[in-house]
Write a protein that binds this ligand. Structure first.
Ligand SMILES: Cc1cc2nc3c(=O)[nH]c(=O)nc-3n(C[C@H](O)[C@H](O)[C@H](O)COP(=O)(O)OP(=O)(O)OC[C@H]3O[C@@H](n4cnc5c(N)ncnc54)[C@H](O)[C@@H]3O)c2cc1C
Length: 471
């Protein structure tokens, strides 16, 4: 029997989407199978949850059993010669880098935060700032262990057709209960990072073109408040692995990578979000974006600096709990992926639409990608632009309409979307981005892996990916 004392309200990272579910946190594969059996018996659907770092409604679902596998966080084996690591589903990206670093291994793909679990990273097939070079998380995964809806356990290698469906499948086909990953060999825990101040959109795309053949990582930040001839201005960074003649062991210690607990040795980072809160409005954020660009242009432009892998990769972990500055309405992130030729036009127009409506995003980050074979792939031969919007009662409807207009542009250009970030897509947007073949592929996989629709999420219900919610 499912006790009512298990009911908890859970939300996505952005804090704007939440739902009540029955929380289960099994510590073994057998106990996980027992939870699935219980849910089936009681006629409840199951939503899977890792660290809850998806921005929207991907790991919540009202009235469902919430299957949280974060306790299954063990490193099951690690080969320091080959860099192959086997972990439980709840091991985090932080677990991976801390485990491999001393022996010169770094996760091949990391997100902008180190807290996601491996299962969550696989379910969304996350990408990093090196997406243009190495692709997505699934592309460095050797095999996964999956518990099917009927409780049977299978191991899928990369050649198995089911592999590219479960990876990226947003937790709608089966439960990932283990994974074998290939880490990346490194000789130093530091990157060489080139900074380029870009005065407009053209300069941004020129910076990507200049470094594409040589850089290991590329990312740019863009000031969404700048207009006219400054539209698209921001700071671009290209990161390069160091290859010293002798392995730089001192930088390969986890202690050498740890982010400081204070800012400038004075302000505890745990309280910084409180200082951000009064600035978290259009006027404040216009100033913050301007100050960031001005400081970057003066202090960083053209410089080459050494930066630890952790500091470069997990910039967003610098200020713990920063999303609380967006309370009470929270934030939504809108990330679209647009083919190369159309990206300058589409992204510039998205910013113009925001300015016309007084709904500028507060943080924009652009990256370069490549296509991949996964079912819910967001990869395109082109660019992504992730944009954070503050949600209030007053702007909620306006944001929805803005997102619809921005999505129309993305779809006209043959672009895609990313479920880990989504809160605002219409069902027709997501279906159109997949194309008919992609839609058919999903329904074939769903009926093969989860014919009774045990697995769901608020996102699946919203985007009509849950057959119980498709009329
Ligand atoms: C600050 C910040 C920065 C980010 N930067 C990036 C970035 O640079 N690149 C990027 O790609 N993403 C990025 N993300 C998004 C994040 O990497 C993904 O949302 C990731 O999926 C979160 O993992 P999680 O463990 O928190 O999973 P959750 O968010 O809890 O769940 C994600 C999905 O995985 C499913 N799931 C969870 N466990 C299992 C399981 N055992 N089996 C099957 N399915 C399961 C859930 O049902 C859900 O659909 C960022 C997020 C934040 C908050």
């Amino acid at each position: 029997m499912i006790e009512s004392s298990r009911i908890v309200r859970l939300s996505g990272f952005g804090g704007s989407q939440s739902a009540d579910g029955y929380l289960y946190r099994p510590a073994s594969v057998e106990a996980t199978a027992d939870v699935l059996a219980l849910a089936r018996r009681e006629g409840r659907q199951v939503v899977m949850r890792g660290a809850g770092r998806s921005y929207g409604d991907a790991s919540v679902a009202g009235e469902a059993v919430v299957l949280d596998l974060s306790r299954m966080d063990a490193v099951r084996s690690f080969d320091a010669t080959t860099g192959v690591i086997e972990v439980g589903p709840g091991a985090t990206i932080e677990t991976l880098w801390r485990h491999g670093l001393d022996d010169g291994w770094w996760p091949a793909v990391v997100s902008g935060t180190m807290f996601p679990t491996v299962a969550g990273a696989l379910a969304m097939n996350i990408h990093g700032k090196n997406a243009f070079r190495v692709g997505t998380f699934g592309e460095s995964t050797l095999s996964i262990d999956v518990l099917k809806a009927d409780g049977s356990l299978v191991t899928l290698s990369r050649d198995d057709p089911g592999f590219t469906n479960i990876v990226s499948g947003a937790g709608l086909l089966g439960v990932v209960v283990g994974a074998k990953l290939q880490m990346k060999k490194i000789e130093s825990g530091e990157l060489d990072v080139h900074a380029v101040s870009c005065g407009d959109w053209d300069a941004q795309f020129a910076a990507f073109a200049r470094y594409e053949a040589t850089a290991d990582y590329m990312v740019t930040w863009i000031d969404a408040f700048a207009s006219g001839s400054s539209a698209g201005r921001g700071m671009f960074h290209a990161g390069f692995y160091r290859h010293p003649p002798v392995v730089d062991q001192a930088t390969l210690r986890p202690s050498a990578q740890d982010l400081p607990d204070t800012i400038m040795g004075l302000v505890p980072k745990s309280v910084v979000w409180r200082f951000l809160k009064p600035l978290n409005n259009r006027v404040g954020m216009r100033f913050v974006n301007w100050a960031k660009q001005t400081a970057g242009a003066v202090l960083e432009d053209g410089k080459l600096v050494g930066q630890s892998l952790v500091a470069f990769s997990f910039l967003l972990d610098y200020v713990p709990g920063w999303q609380r500055a967006y309370a009470p309405g929270g934030l939504v992130q809108y990330q679209s992926f647009v083919p190369r030729e159309a990206a300058p036009r589409v992204f510039a127009r998205q910013f113009e639409m925001q300015r016309e409506r007084g709904l500028e995003n507060f943080l924009s980050v652009m990256k370069l990608h490549r296509p991949d074979p996964f079912m819910f792939s967001h990869g395109v031969d082109g660019f992504s632009l992730a944009q954070d919007f503050k949600v209030t009662d007053a702007n909620r409807e306006g944001l929805r309409l803005l997102a619809e207009a921005m999505s129309d542009l993305v779809l006209e250009a043959g672009g895609r979307f990313y479920l880990a970030k989504d809160s605002l897509l219409r069902p027709s947007d997501f279906a159109a981005s997949l194309g008919q073949a992609g839609v058919d592929r999903y329904w074939a996989a769903k009926s093969a892996w989860d014919p009774d629709a045990l697995f769901t999420s608020s996102l699946a219900r919203r985007l009509h990916l849950d057959p119980r919610c498709v009329s």
